[in-house]
Design a protein around this ligand. Structure first.
Ligand code: ZN
Length: 193
């Protein structure tokens, strides 16, 4: 039976690279895949999923009204062996449920890659429901930028390096930057937990 695999991490843990390498393995073996990317992230790369090591692949851009189940049902083929979704934190609850239906009804595995928590330490909606519904949870690890512990959190900084604890979940075109940290440093920087 096909499974939902949720690869979760904080930022800069090589998620897109892992997705593109998995995709490459399918293609190399003559199998078909479909790649998806949420609109919130797609605009900056013109619908391509790109990795810092130079791999890239075209993805279907999805907004909040996009129905994964309907789309895959219309495009399913014998040779379709996997769907891969980047930045799954931006999906909503219904879309995660649609992914489950695809996996169960068409026996097609879903490889989902995303960030677990936002800059306030709260679960993203897509990640929340994938943590609940995925068969397989895989953590992609990275190291805290301030010590040698595992980074599990992210802080948002303004352009003066000041830590931000309020604001929109998704900033597009802002001057903010992000820093990955362990829980202890998240606590000392944000005072949120
Ligand atoms: Zn730390």
């Amino acid at each position: 039976m096909a499974k939902i695999h949720f690869f979760y991490s904080t930022m800069n843990a090589g998620k897109s690279t892992a997705l593109l390498q998995s995709n490459h393995n399918y293609i190399e073996n003559g199998m078909e895949t479909i790649l998806f990317i949420p609109k919130a992230d797609a605009d900056k790369n013109d619908g391509y999923i790109e990795s810092r090591i130079g791999l890239r692949a075209k993805a279907i851009i999805v907004d909040n009204d996009f129905n994964f189940y309907t789309y895959v049902k219309a495009n399913v083929s014998k040779n379709l062996q996997c769907i891969l979704i980047d930045e799954v934190q931006f999906l909503n609850k219904s879309q995660v449920i649609q992914i489950g239906k695809i996996t169960d009804k068409f026996n097609i595995p879903a490889m989902c890659y995303g960030i677990r928590t936002d800059f306030r330490g709260e679960l993203f909606e897509g990640s929340k429901y994938l943590l609940a519904l995925a068969d397989n949870l895989i953590e992609l690890k990275t190291v805290c930028s301030m010590c040698s512990r595992k980074a599990t959190m992210v802080v948002r900084l303004d352009n003066n390096g000041k830590v931000l604890t309020e604001g929109e979940k998704i900033q597009i075109g802002g001057n903010e930057t992000y820093q990955v940290v362990c829980r202890k440093h998240f606590r000392s920087l944000t005072k949120l937990i």
